[in-house]
Ligand binder design. Structure first.
Ligand SMILES: Nc1ncnc2c1ncn2[C@@H]1O[C@H](COP(=O)(O)OP(=O)(O)OP(=O)(O)O)[C@@H](O)[C@H]1O
Ligand SMILES: [Mg+2]
Length: 146
């Protein structure tokens, strides 16, 4: 793993406007990092879903709570970290949207989508400092849609 990275970091309020801002910025950062337009769009959608989750599930739509968004551009990959002020969740316990009993549900697809658009997705609970999800997209990896 390379240590050198360029970092772009910002703090956003927990609003839908911030979700939009984050998605737009993601497209720009992805372009700068060398991803093609289709990948920029997919990574943007993954960030859109992660931001909504941070605002809605993590910060409970409390606009005074913050979401920290950090991009780290490495020579071989882009890492995106999204941190909310919530208590976190267990990735192993979220329902699979492809199970028969969940197929007709209108929610529960965000993380499934995120996972299909990036190469790695992790969740970390930071003691006293909220919850951070990490999305990693490698350069020159063409991930097939499920
Ligand atoms: N940042 C977060 N903080 C706390 N819980 C979260 C967070 N992100 C996701 N979750 C939990 O994981 C579940 C699954 O998230 P996912 O985005 O897949 O579905 P959803 O948000 O419920 O619905 P959808 O995204 O399809 O509108 C959520 O219902 C929530 O319980
Ligand atoms: Mg969601």
């Amino acid at each position: 793993m390379t240590a050198e990275s360029e970092v772009i970091e910002l703090t956003l309020a927990s609003t839908l406007k911030s979700v939009e801002t984050a998605e737009e910025l993601t497209t720009e950062v992805c372009s700068k990092a060398g991803f093609d337009e289709e990948e920029q769009h997919r990574i943007g959608m993954a960030v859109h879903e992660s931001m909504i989750n941070a605002v809605h599930h993590g910060n409970k739509n409390d606009a005074s709570k913050q979401v920290r968004l950090r991009f780290q551009i490495y020579p071989d990959r882009l890492e995106i970290h999204i941190r909310d002020q919530g208590t976190g969740f267990d990735l192993n316990r979220i329902p699979n949207p492809l199970e028969a009993e969940n197929l007709l549900k209108v929610s529960g697809r965000g993380i499934f989508l995120i996972r299909s658009f990036v190469d790695e997705f992790r969740v970390e609970k930071l003691e006293g400092r909220g919850t951070e999800v990490t999305l990693v997209k490698h350069k020159n990896s063409r991930k097939k849609l499920a």
